[in-house]
Write a protein that binds this ligand. Structure first.
Ligand code: FES
Length: 485
């Protein structure tokens, strides 16, 4: 091992999660046979590899482990039948997620060792330990310095034209809601907030409320976030394309019932990044006018007119949107723009792609220093549905502390991202609601990219009858290349 004897080399911290029925037995068999093994591994016995939450692995790596190994029964041999099939999907997603966090994916591995394979266990543990020694001690997240070079945000062109066409549908939308209102308890839409430049959610209960309904590129909130709380009531909802995908995902997960929801879909031609607009407007006393002029938004406040264009000032999620109209609707309004071929990498993610692992750690460290842990990102997320029992602020299990350190805040973001793996529709509400403007959507976008690679037949929020990839399994996984030992 690196030319050093066991006694000369410094031991590293490697955590092993071993299933009780096979791999733990395999390690035992190796021990009984007196097969020599490195001593760096600290074993945690788990009932099944399916019990290994990917967060166990990330927590170990963030808290100082130099490597983590998960080992279970061979596929088809799981004591519980299918635990390792689920584990394989989750752990592969995790392996591909680690680099965007700035963690070298070579520090994590998963494999299968049966109780009779003492020799295979010896090979696995020896080889993995050697690899971790070659990498050396893992760099600590809290030791990451500031990002030393300026990394340009690559330009990204939208997949469909961005303009304000949706405004034209308002009259027809109001008419349709008015005709359905007597059958519904309420309809969710948008209205003018503190002024015309800021739309906020509207709860329409009477025809008079309907007069306040507004749509257009400033209607940014994803109203699907309210639906789980309104379960059991007859609710209408006005949705853009990405909001409609959240509704589909909630239906798929049986968090709401189809017969209780009436969907009014508005073709979306892009929304503005309201944070950017607020920053450009700065403080003002009086807002005189807001008007769309073709693709341009003109806002006049305190006698000064400012211009914003959807091409330059849209929400970044709109640049790579492929679903301008909800995939599911009862009524639809406006015509959706045709979406171009191909893929576009979201700008914040493209910027992370251009960084080294050290730079990504430095980037997230500095971003997390700014996080005030207000949980707005979680509360605005339509698919973060267990927020009353969120593991990030419970003591049982005690996944995170309430310490205001960059590491704990980063771990909270990792929890949120991993809980959305295979479910996130990329609506961007997490990032839009962040009061300090942390580009956290990039973590979710990277996971969407990973799940697209591994499960290309699935796209979150498109079909009510589909199963999210991490909630199911396949005996053969054509897109997962397991490691040979
Ligand atoms: Fe070993 Fe499930 S019991 S992987």
């Amino acid at each position: 091992m690196s030319g050093l004897t066991q006694g000369e080399r410094r031991e590293l911290r490697i955590v092993g999660f071993l299933c009780n029925w096979c791999s733990y037995g395999g390690a035992d068999t190796a021990g009984v046979a007196r097969a020599s093994q490195p001593t760096d591994l600290r074993i945690i016995r788990v009932p099944c590899s399916g019990r290994v939450d990917p967060l166990f692995v990330v927590k170990a790596l963030l808290n100082g482990a130099d490597g983590v190994l998960v080992s279970g029964c061979h596929p088809r041999d799981c004591h519980y039948g299918t635990g390792n099939f689920y584990a394989r999907r989750r752990l592969e997603v995790l392996r591909r997620f680690l680099p965007v966090l700035g963690i070298d994916p070579k520090r994590f591995s998963y494999t299968w060792v049966s109780a009779s394979e003492g020799q295979r266990w010896q090979t696995v543990v020896t080889r993995f330990t050697e690899e971790i020694h070659e990498l050396g001690p893992a760099p600590r997240f809290m030791d990451a310095g500031p990002l030393e070079r300026e990394i340009e945000q690559p330009a990204s062109s939208p997949l469909h034209s961005l303009d304000s066409a949706s405004l034209e549908s308002l009259a027809a939308l109001k008419q349709a809601i008015a005709s359905r209102l007597p059958e519904l308890d309420l309809v969710l839409g948008w209205q003018e907030g503190r002024d015309k430049a800021h739309l906020v959610p509207l709860f329409i209960r009477t025809p008079e409320d309907l007069d306040r309904l507004a749509i257009g590129p400033l209607a940014v909130h994803n109203l699907a976030v309210y639906l789980p709380e309104l379960k059991g009531r007859k609710v209408g909802i006005v949705v853009k394309g990405c909001d409609g995908r959240s509704v589909v995902e909630l239906l798929q997960e049986k968090l709401i019932s189809r017969e209780d929801v009436e969907i009014f879909a508005v073709a979306c031609h892009g929304t503005f990044d309201t944070g950017r607009i607020d920053q450009a407007l700065g403080r003002y006393q009086h807002l005189e006018s807001v008007r769309m002029d073709g693709k341009e938004l003109r806002i006049t406040c305190d006698g000064r007119e400012r211009h914003f264009s959807l091409e330059n000032d849209s929400s970044t999620k709109c640049l790579h949107c492929k679903t301008p109209l909800s995939p599911l609707s009862d009524h639809s309004f406006g015509s959706a723009p045709s979406v171009g071929e191909g893929d576009s990498t979201p700008p914040d993610l493209a910027r992370l792609d251009a960084m080294t692992l050290d730079e990504r750690r430095a980037f997230w460290r500095s971003q997390m220093e700014r996080c005030i842990r207000c949980y707005a990102c979680r509360n605005a997320c339509p698919l973060c549905v267990c927020r009353d029992h969120c593991i990030s602020d419970t003591r049982e299990p005690h996944f995170t502390t309430q310490e205001s350190t960059a590491k704990e805040k980063f771990f909270f973001q990792i929890i949120h991202s991993l809980h959305l793996a295979g479910r996130c529709t990329g609506c961007g509400e997490c990032q839009r609601s962040c009061p300090v403007g942390i580009p956290i959507l990039a973590l979710r976008e990277h996971l969407i990219r990973v799940t697209d690679e591994l499960f290309p037949e699935y796209r979150a929020g498109m079909t009510v009858d589909a199963a999210a990839p991490l909630l199911t399994y396949s005996v053969e996984e054509p897109h997962i290349q397991e490691r040979e030992w």
